[in-house]
Design a protein around this ligand. Structure first.
Ligand SMILES: Nc1ncnc2c1ncn2[C@@H]1O[C@H](COP(=O)(O)OP(=O)(O)OP(=O)(O)O)[C@@H](O)[C@H]1O
Length: 298
């Protein structure tokens, strides 16, 4: 659905994005993650046809990102979305539906449905009097007025309280489950972990790695085992009436079991702890420093 090839964007002489290549399949949720200034917004704006690449190409459904046809099937949620403060959500959304030539009846139906799904009350109150979370929901509703197949969401839940953040993440999942393709940027890695099928990790304008999260975890993250025993074993910490030892592999786990039996106890429980994306990101960044691995294919 989305094909980004060798994307490069310079601002003046400054290279903000360089050599970005990736594809996003129809119905997929793809995360672009990385620290501030990594080039996420620039990438998302280029996909949305709002920024012309210095070189390279972006194609959506086989067409140029900045073509009229593409614009009709795309919904963009900017990182900061200034709303017209004196307008109500309803009049604001009608205004954008008009820009897309959505017939008034269909527009009103869609606006009501979307605001219902987003549980947004006070549809006729001025936007200026609304909370940050409510405004973000209106901006999300705006990205849906043309019923787009492709959604490009720049930090959709940034700076919101945990409840609203969770709500927006769940809503994004629903949009993907309806078959829409979603490209999503975040620097809070927890959000990405919740929603994305695959991710590209960016740093200083380049994609340092990309792929399914599980694969990136296998490549970079370390899985650990938390082993619980009924008796004290070396290097274990007491936890209630049990002892816990953290090990890296199955061999070490077996050794803890043997230690427990030797001391007259037994293995009580084992929990596998997957590395968090946060840890994974640090691993990728540090292996970049050491060996600068090239980006992998899709
Ligand atoms: N219009 C511009 N003119 C000059 N430099 C720019 C412009 N827009 C972005 N940059 C620079 O390009 C780099 C990438 O910016 P971009 O906004 O794409 O990063 P980002 O990963 O989205 O960061 P953040 O998480 O802070 O939003 C940054 O160093 C930024 O300062």
């Amino acid at each position: 659905m989305i094909e980004v090839r060798d994307l490069r964007k310079e601002y003046g002489g400054f290279v903000a994005v360089e050599g970005s290549t990736f594809g996003v399949d129809s119905g997929e949720v793809f995360g672009v993650i990385g620290p501030n200034g990594a080039g996420k917004t620039t990438t998302l704006k280029a996909i949305s046809g709002l920024l012309e690449p210095t070189s390279g190409s972006v194609r959506i459904g086989g067409r140029r990102a900045d073509s009229r046809e593409t614009r009709r099937l795309l919904g963009f949620l900017p990182e900061e979305s200034p709303l017209y403060e004196e307008m109500s959500p309803r009049s604001y959304l009608r205004f954008f539906a008009d820009l897309y030539d959505v017939p008034r009846d269909a527009a009103d139906r869609r606006i009501n449905e979307t605001l219902d799904r987003l549980e947004l009350a006070h549809r006729d109150r001025a936007l200026g009097d609304m909370s940050k979370g409510m405004k973000r929901k209106v901006a999300i509703a705006r990205s849906l007025v043309n019923d787009p197949d492709v959604l490009i969401y720049d930090e959709p839940a940034s700076g919101l309280d945990p409840l609203t953040t969770n709500y927006i993440i769940e809503f994004t999942k629903e949009l993907a489950a309806e078959g829409r393709t979603v490209v999503f940027s975040a620097h809070n890695l927890y959000h990405v972990e919740e929603v994305c099928d695959r991710v590209a990790i960016m740093n200083e304008g380049r994609i340092v790695t990309k792929g399914p999260l599980a694969e990136l975890r296998d490549r970079y993250g370390e899985r650990r085992y938390h082993v619980f025993t009924t008796v004290e074993v070396p290097d274990a910490t007491a936890e209630g009436d049990r002892y816990r030892r953290v090990v890296d592999d199955v061999e070490a786990l077996e050794a803890v079991r043997a230690d427990a039996i030797e001391r007259g106890g037994r293995l009580d429980d084992v929990r596998t702890v997957e590395p968090s994306l946060e840890g994974l990101f640090l691993d990728v960044a540090s292996s970049e420093d050491r060996s600068a691995p090239g980006p992998t294919e899709n």
